[in-house]
Design a protein around this ligand. Structure first.
Ligand code: FES
Length: 501
């Protein structure tokens, strides 16, 4: 017997067998249901509102919300998708597009966030920007869950999800095809590049982590049904050092520096590059989605309404949001600032628990093991635990790479903070929360998204495209997965070490 699932607001009807999983039904029928924890029932991001009927396997809260990854069908139901807007594209028009110009597109496909720029190929000026969540997160928020999903027969679905989003972005940039787009350069991690082309990434899911390809690839947009003449996939180094990193090296120029420098790309995967005596070494560490807000209860990517900085001013908590709109959630740099502030105010202790006995004025914002910035935007105890995993992975990754390359931390002259949140992150807050080792406090510089900058550079001239191939060829991968030093540092970096002067 089939049951009827009515999905609002689309008012679409799906027929379902008894016992089938609600999240699977929704995803299979083209609805985007965020699933950062991969359907383990932990993150709560897949919740839908049960308007009518009942399910089993999932508890219903006081607002009739249920975790769709746990909910199984036992009768006709009506559900409402409440995070349907999550995957919408945020488009900013920066400069006027002239009808006779030559245009190209630089794209950074992150595991969590997609960023694209429409670029005037003659002047290099960015005319439009688009950003959105990567819709592949319906299959889990990290690279490994996407690889697993691809191996379980979802490769073409994963490809279609990202191609549809890129199609929408190109359509918006070209004003419905009126403005011809000459070429597109793509910086992304190695798994995202495989999924973009529909190439099976499963060999990268287990030792020896072998990608099918790392070299630069050029194809026509037509082959993928995209409205752009040529597509150039930038080169990667290895399974976990992708084209987003080679593009970052190109953009910052650390490969040409005489000084010893680090590039730290802070994202779902934390990648660290060390440039020392003309050599390039790179390592990656699985920081998890917390750093981009995806697995946090009020987390969101760096789009309009995201709280991206927090300070205490004259006894009042002040925050800024992206585009100064009203706060709807918190993005990565906002979490770094907020947790740093609460550590300084002794509201969070060494182990990440809330300290109700603190004499800070901010204790009034604690309630029920949540710290409230607004009535609806809060930091929970569970968020702090997720954040601790992420910041420890990045800090341990930095320490371990330096150690494995036989370099002392005192030799580091400069640190570039990169990634989608690199530009917004406050280096002092990053040190306070223990994401960066204290010695690097005065060496860290926030940079623009270096992956998109590198993609832009590669879009504009052939010399940069040759240079990035050279970078990919010369960068040595340092494997931290089996490094005992990394494991030890990861555990010891977990507690917050901030000490008030
Ligand atoms: S709780 Fe359902 S996907 Fe995380």
């Amino acid at each position: 017997m089939k049951y009827k699932i009515t999905v609002l607001p689309q008012n679409k009807i799906i027929l379902a067998d008894e016992n089938s999983l609600l999240s699977h039904l929704l995803i299979e029928n083209g609805f985007l249901v965020s699933s950062p924890c991969g359907g383990n029932g932990k993150c709560g991001k897949c919740k839908v509102k049960l308007i009518n009927g009942d399910v089993y396997g999932a508890e219903m809260d006081e607002n009739r919300m249920v975790k769709s990854c746990l909910a199984r069908i036992k009768e006709d139901i009506t559900v409402e998708l409440t995070n349907d807007n999550k995957y919408k594209i945020n488009l900013s028009n920066i400069e006027k597009v002239e009808p006779n110009g030559e245009y190209g597109v630089a794209v950074d496909i992150g595991t969590t966030t997609v960023l694209a720029c429409l670029v005037d190929l003659k002047s290099g000026v960015v005319l439009k920007k688009a950003t959105c969540f990567n819709p592949q997160d319906v299959f889990g928020s990290d690279v490994l869950s996407r690889i697993t999903a691809a191996g379980n027969g979802n490769l073409l679905k994963l490809q279609a999800l990202i191609l549809n989003k890129i199609y929408e972005i190109l359509n918006a940039f070209s004003e419905g095809g009126k403005i011809p787009l000459k070429k597109m350069t793509l910086a992304a991690n190695t798994t995202m590049l495989h999924l973009f082309l529909g190439v099976d990434p499963t060999p990268m899911g287990a030792y020896p982590f072998t990608p099918v390809f790392t070299e630069t690839r050029q194809i026509s947009g037509e082959e993928l049904g995209l409205n752009v003449h040529d597509i150039i996939l930038l080169p990667s180094v290895s399974a976990y050092i992708g084209a987003d990193i080679t593009a970052g090296i190109l953009a910052t120029g650390i490969h040409k520096l005489k000084e010893t420098a680090l590039l730290v790309d802070i994202g779902t995967n934390g990648e660290i590059v060390l440039s020392h005596n003309g050599e390039l070494y790179a390592a990656s560490t699985a920081a998890g989605p917390a750093i981009e807000g995806a697995s946090m209860q009020c987390g969101m990517s760096g789009v309009s309404g995201a709280i991206n900085s927090v300070i205490l001013e004259k006894g009042f908590l002040k925050y800024k949001t992206i585009y100064n709109t009203s706060a709807v959630g918190i993005c990565g740099s906002g979490y770094v600032d907020l947790i740093a502030l609460l550590l300084k105010e002794n509201i969070i202790d060494e182990y990440g628990a809330f300290n109700y006995a603190s004499d800070s004025v901010l204790t009034s914002k604690l309630n029920n093991d949540n710290f409230y910035l607004t009535d609806n935007v809060f930091l929970s105890r569970r968020d702090i635990a997720e954040f601790q995993l992420a910041k420890s992975a990045i800090c341990a990754g930095i320490e371990a790479l330096i150690h494995e390359c036989n370099i002392d931390i005192s030799q580091i002259d400069r640190v570039y903070l990169a990634g989608g949140m690199g530009y917004y992150i406050n280096p002092d807050s990053a040190v306070t929360v223990g994401m960066l080792p204290p010695y690097l406090a005065n060496k860290a510089l926030s940079t623009e998204n270096t992956a998109i900058e590198g993609a832009k550079k590669s879009l504009l001239d052939n010399i940069s495209r040759q240079e990035i191939c050279q970078i990919a060829h010369n960068t040595k991968t340092v494997e931290l997965a089996f490094s005992e030093y990394f494991q030890k540092e990861y555990i010891t970096s977990m507690p917050f070490r901030f000490e008030k002067n």
